[in-house]
Design a protein around this ligand. Sequence first.
Ligand code: ZN
Length: 223
Amino acid sequence: MRRSALAAWFALTALTALASFSLAAQTVRDREIAQCLPGEIITWGDGRDRPANKTPLVFVYDHSAAPEWFSQEQVLAAVQKSALAWSPCGVPNAVQPFKPDVALPEGAVIVQWSEKNSGGNFAQADLGRGLLAMSPAMFRLLNTRNPTHDARETLQMVISHEMGHHFGLMAHSRRCVDVTSYYNNPQGQSCWIRGGASLPKGVEYRAALPTACDIARCRALNP
Ligand SMILES: [Zn+2]
């Protein structure tokens, strides 16, 4: 009896130590991802936010023309992960694979690989046509320039970002960590980090999934 109580005590101590360690190891970025403080919803003012134009939003993934290092299962899983992460916004959504012989559901947004529809960007959302297009060439370039970089992270971030536009977040966030952010505007102004730190160079500061502020903005737009 005493032995097991002692063992339990050790286990509890170890757990507590582990918990305080992970708390200490939490970075400003981790905290920014998890929590949106009052006044932190700041955009570049480059678009007009509005409610999602489709409900439910049904993301239909078409794997045609994808870079060969991404499997269909992998990209579909990334689309599902982003959609799930946006779900606390409250707009119902679903994800399904594209099947040529099956009619598109109401509220469909085709997630596709297309140079033309991504317009020279990594990806582009076209709300009118119900598209979320990713650029095979940009992912190819990323792979050539930086073969050791994990392209899945970029893929996840790009999907989450463009999904944000479909959820109605049209303006880009000025908070660097938000998945809907961009870092610098053409006037050379920079995005903002809690505490006023400057953006670390050469790393992706932006989250791969919507942050607490992305979700808060989305909820406000879609009451
Ligand atoms: Zn954007």
